[in-house]
Design a protein around this ligand. Structure first.
Ligand code: 5GP
Ligand code: MG
Length: 178
């Protein structure tokens, strides 16, 4: 791929095939755990959009999808400051909610969203993160479903960006200086 802003793709961390297999496993586990229930899936924009599309299409339970947008991430540094830029339009009162996030890093984003959702009286809240960097956690949050755990490396693809770029990659890759 053509370099962007002085960055090119490094090594492939998870291939498209490996991702597809893992997403299938997650969808099967979630469908089993919520069998006989209806599920409200809340996707945290923008990084989770590809994971959301693949995961929800593999679920076998009734599902509603809604979105929350918040930005916190300036370049490659988590700021801990949040700004809402998209709100849910679905009521989650007495609903089982599954939050979908691209990656759990420090955990601040998920904590902020969980606290926000809890104010709306859901029956339950669980978290599904495509990637998890447990070594980076600074706040304690439950991540109930994890696609893959990774060490502390900045990765892109499958929805994850560098300043808006590289989200469309079908695999997860590191970045390298050109
Ligand atoms: P947290 O609030 O957990 O520190 O940060 C979560 C957010 O940081 C993710 O939703 C994602 O936007 C961003 N982030 C954390 N690590 C990475 C990474 O390795 N690559 C990319 N592209 N974004 C990351
Ligand atoms: Mg994000």
């Amino acid at each position: 791929m053509t370099p962007v802003d002085g960055w090119k793709l490094g090594e492939t961390v998870f291939s498209e095939e490996r991702i597809a297999a893992r997403v299938g496993e997650l969808a099967a586990a979630i469908s089993t755990d919520y069998a006989d229930h209806e599920l409200t899936v809340i996707s945290i924009l923008k990084g989770s959009y590809i994971f959301l599309a693949d995961l929800t299409r593999a679920l076998t339970i009734p599902v509603r999808v809604d979105f929350l947008g918040l930005s916190s991430y300036i370049g490659a540094e988590s700021s801990g400051q949040f700004e809402w830029n998209a709100r849910m339009t679905t009521s989650i009162r007495d609903r089982h909610v599954l939050l979908i996030e691209d990656i759990a890093d420090t955990g601040r984003t998920l904590l902020h969203v969980i606290d926000h959702l809890a104010e709306h009286g859901p029956a339950s809240i669980r978290v599904c993160a495509f990637l998890d960097k447990p070594g980076r956690r600074v706040v304690d949050i439950p991540v109930d479903y994890v696609g893959f755990q990774i060490p502390d490396r900045f990765v892109v693809g499958y929805g994850l960006d560098y300043e808006g770029w590289f989200r469309q990659l079908p695999h997860i890759s590191t970045l390298e200086r050109v």
